[in-house]
Ligand binder design. Structure first.
Ligand SMILES: NC(=O)c1ccc[n+]([C@@H]2O[C@H](COP(=O)([O-])OP(=O)(O)OC[C@H]3O[C@@H](n4cnc5c(N)ncnc54)[C@H](OP(=O)(O)O)[C@@H]3O)[C@@H](O)[C@H]2O)c1
Length: 338
């Protein structure tokens, strides 16, 4: 192990994000253990890991270089754990980590939403859990092949245990910034994630969906509702995309021809990229809607307000498995009262 690497990394939840970020670190010489399900580990054991990105980079890690495990290995002492399970699996994963790892082990939640860090701390009180944020979209594009389809830098809550990792993450091509308060950054990301349910219900790749003004109007109305509640709550979402959150609704409502010109950077998305919520629906898995629109609804309730459009999205996603269908932009606008 190169001298400047602070220790071993354990990826808890070797899925799309875990394989991409853990794989990038492993390719940079960090000893990484991938804890995951046989469905994913078998593919990695057969095909190794291939990582590509929108900037044209390509990395290949042969299977022989990957440490794969279905459980947290007994006696493991990672210097850093990357918690990469979906929100619904957070408590169980954190409890497993707390059971198997030394007290005080640093865990960064690389999950969407606002409450995963708190949920992991509650289920694994002996762990040093820090919130994190992944700004980009990663998709599984083949057997053991993962592709980062949008740009951005990782973010995490500042902690002394994370500072020695900054150079290593930068060298690995997954630069990480530390923030004294990650909550505005998490809400900034959540504003962008409010497109996930729109994208999932549209059944379209992200770029095709974003090129239809009707879907963008739905996305804009969800952001606007969330912003009005954040305003009452005294939270200013950080800028995570090329445009600050408060300017997004106006931009999204532009006519298609103008949006295509003005939002060229926003549309710097691979032609096939979809939200992982779309994949969850397709595979009959539980979605993270409760950690996205659900967070907006809860924040509204905490302040004696309501968030009817985000509440409607929660209801539509929860009802989807009983009546799966593709929503046209018009149908979705009608459902949101637009
Ligand atoms: N994908 C993206 O582009 C993206 C971007 C930014 C942020 N995120 C966030 O990153 C988080 C992870 O997303 P993802 O897309 O990487 O999810 P994912 O592909 O479903 O990966 C999570 C993996 O963890 C496994 N897992 C769950 N509990 C486990 C446990 N106790 N032990 C071992 N493995 C376990 C899951 O298996 P089972 O499902 O079979 O249990 C799944 O294979 C989410 O919060 C997501 O919102 C994703």
């Amino acid at each position: 192990m190169p001298e400047d690497i602070p220790g071993e990394v354990l990826v808890m939840g070797a899925g799309t994000i875990g394989c991409f970020i853990g794989g990038s670190l492993a390719a940079a010489g960090v000893p990484v253990t991938f804890v995951g399900r046989p469905r994913v580990l078998d593919k990695l054991a057969t095909h190794g890991l291939t990582l590509t990105d929108i900037d044209g980079n390509k990395l290949k890690l042969p299977a022989a270089r990957l440490q794969l495990s279905e459980q947290v290995p007994p006696g493991a002492q990672p210097a850093l754990v990357l918690l990469c399970v979906k929100s619904g699996a957070t408590a169980e994963a954190a409890a497993e980590l707390a059971f198997a790892l030394p007290a005080g082990t640093t865990v960064v939640s690389l999950q969407n939403g606002i409450s995963n860090c708190a949920a992991a701390s509650l289920a694994g009180p002996s762990l040093n859990v820090r919130a994190g944020m992944v700004p980009y979209n990663v998709a599984e594009i083949g057997q053991g092949a993962f592709h980062r389809g949008t740009p951005g830098r990782l973010a995490a809550e500042d902690d002394a245990a994370l500072r020695p990792w900054l150079d290593v993450f930068a060298r690995a091509g997954v630069p990480l910034d530390l923030h004294a308060d990650l909550v505005p950054v998490q809400w900034g990301k959540l504003m962008l994630n409010l497109n996930n349910p729109v994208n999932a219900l549209s059944g379209l790749p992200l770029r095709d969906e974003l090129m239809q003004r009707g879907y963008r109007r739905c996305f804009a109305s969800l952001i606007e509702e969330a912003l009005s509640i954040l305003n009452v709550a005294g939270i200013t979402p950080a800028q995570v995309a090329a445009v600050p959150a408060h300017r997004l609704p106006g931009l999204l409502r532009l006519p298609d021809w103008l949006f295509r010109i003005v939002a060229a950077r926003m549309l710097r998305v691979d032609a096939k990229a979809r939200s992982s919520m779309a994949d969850d629906l397709a595979l009959g898995r539980r979605t993270e809607i409760d950690s996205l629109s659900g967070e907006v609804v809860r924040l509204a309730q905490e302040h004696g307000l309501s968030a009817p459009r985000n509440a409607r999205m929660v209801a539509l996603l929860e009802a989807w498995p009983q009546s799966p269908r593709r929503w046209t932009a018009r149908q979705l606008q009608d459902a949101l009262g637009l």
